[in-house]
Write a protein that binds this ligand. Structure first.
Ligand code: JFZ
Length: 410
């Protein structure tokens, strides 16, 4: 799992026929996730299938996406090879409902993305909805009567053959990202995992394969554990409020929120898998690109404080103006507000030195007692930076991690 532990930040891409609807169908707006529209608005299968005839992602440019993702500081991409709608974005001989058979598309988007990622040194993971398939009569469907279905037939005739194709026809796949296991039994999750590992032993499997079978835990959207979590984990998260493209959803988070979340996740030993939902033509919404480019600038200057950083043994406390990450005896203090001095209260350490990470400018630093007689780490910010925010201090320690000094009761 080394690459995954070091990567910390990945790009999730939710693309499929739902993008054509953008969260609206025949004047009705879908209030939930845009990619759930077929289910949530009960669009009949025969009607929804017609979208495959219109699927024309002329602006889906895998090379531009891979170039952008690496520019944005992301180390891996997870792409929806097949979402709950059942439509595959790759050349599947196992099932004809796929992008190669769409007359206005005729392309294998998984292959294009795999080649573009390989050229950029990015890992490619594939999302595959293993349990829900609203197109297959025997696939599960949320809030429906699934009891009469022959789920085994669906597994044998669609799910397993397609997973086999994904792991046989595209070279190394770094990760298979399964989702919503629903009523899958432990034996079924294990059988699917065995299929994956039998074809590609190094391919990681996320927690949503179900029944505790995956290689790491998948958290809920934007959920960050409060206490050190001993397992490897990943937070899938939206940049606005939905995964698939939505015409209405303008709830974009800004770059500073994303940076703060990324720092918090990295300090707590997790990965941040941040989503974009391409438009019907396959292009990424402009606002998403702006925000991600700004986050990328922070990472270019401060990546040493994020990639491959370690799980903190403890989180001393929540600071309103910043956060900390840790790597090999270096404590990184991410500062979000203008400051003249940065003080970390109730911490004590042997300090070998400190600098502004992005520029290398040395800082006066000390491990001293405050006027309240508590220990603290103190860093003096150079005058020309008094007005700055969103920078990072690198403090070199004599030990692995500062001592946390309890607050004294006076
Ligand atoms: C699932 C999908 O249904 C959704 O469309 C999207 O692909 C997302 C990444 O994953 O939605 C979930 C599944 C589980 C949780 C949240 C959203 N969860 O456990 O909190």
């Amino acid at each position: 799992m080394d690459w995954f532990n070091e990567a910390k930040y990945g790009l999730f891409i939710h693309f499929g026929l739902y993008a054509l609807l953008g969260g609206e169908y025949e004047g009705r707006v879908n209030r939930g996730n845009a990619e759930w529209i077929m289910n949530d608005l009960s669009i009949p299968r025969a009607r929804y299938e017609r979208l495959a005839e219109q699927f024309a992602p002329a602006a889906f440019d895998a090379e531009a996406i891979a170039a952008a993702a690496s520019d944005w500081g992301m180390r891996y991409i997870v792409f929806t090879a097949k979402h709950h709608e059942g439509y595959a974005l790759f050349d599947s001989k196992a099932h004809p409902y796929n992008s190669v058979n769409s007359p206005l598309c005729g392309r294998d988007l998984v292959r294009e993305l795999k080649e573009a990622c390989a050229a950029r040194g990015l890992k490619l993971g594939l999302y595959y909805s293993q349990a829900q398939d609203w197109h297959d009569p025997d696939g599960y469907r949320y809030r429906a009567d699934n009891a009469h279905k022959n789920f085994r037939r669906y597994l044998d005739e669609k799910c397993f053959p397609q997973v086999r194709e994904l792991l046989s026809n595209y070279g190394d796949i770094a990760l298979l990202w399964f989702d919503t296991p629903m009523d899958m039994s432990r034996a079924e999750s294990e059988e699917l995992a065995a299929l994956v590992k039998g074809l590609q032993p190094d391919c990681l499997i996320n927690g949503r394969i179900g029944n505790g079978v995956g290689d790491y835990a998948t958290m809920g959207d934007n959920f960050i554990p409060r206490l050190p979590f001993p397992q490897r984990w990943e937070v899938p998260a939206t940049l606005n409020d939905t995964w698939g493209y939505s015409k209405k959803d303008q709830g974009w988070k800004d770059a500073r929120q994303i940076i703060r979340t990324l720092v918090k996740i990295a300090a707590r030993g997790g990965n941040y898998l941040l989503n974009v939902g391409p438009k019907p033509d396959g292009s990424i919404p402009a606002r998403a690109k702006e925000v991600l480019a700004e986050v990328g600038r922070y990472l270019r200057a401060n990546g040493a404080a994020i990639y491959a950083c370690e799980l903190m043994p403890t989180y001393p406390y929540e600071i309103s103006w910043g956060d900390m990450t840790l790597k090999r005896g270096r404590l990184y203090i991410h500062v979000y507000e203008p400051k003249k001095v940065v003080e970390l209260l109730n911490m004590k350490a042997g300090l070998k030195g400190a600098r502004i990470l992005a520029t290398g400018e040395a800082l006066a630093c000390s491990s001293v007692r405050s006027c309240e007689e508590d220990w603290m780490l103190r860093f003096e910010i150079p005058e020309h930076m008094y007005g700055d925010s969103f920078y990072c201090i690198e403090a070199e320690l004599e030990e692995d991690f500062p001592e946390i000094e309890p607050i004294r009761v006076k």
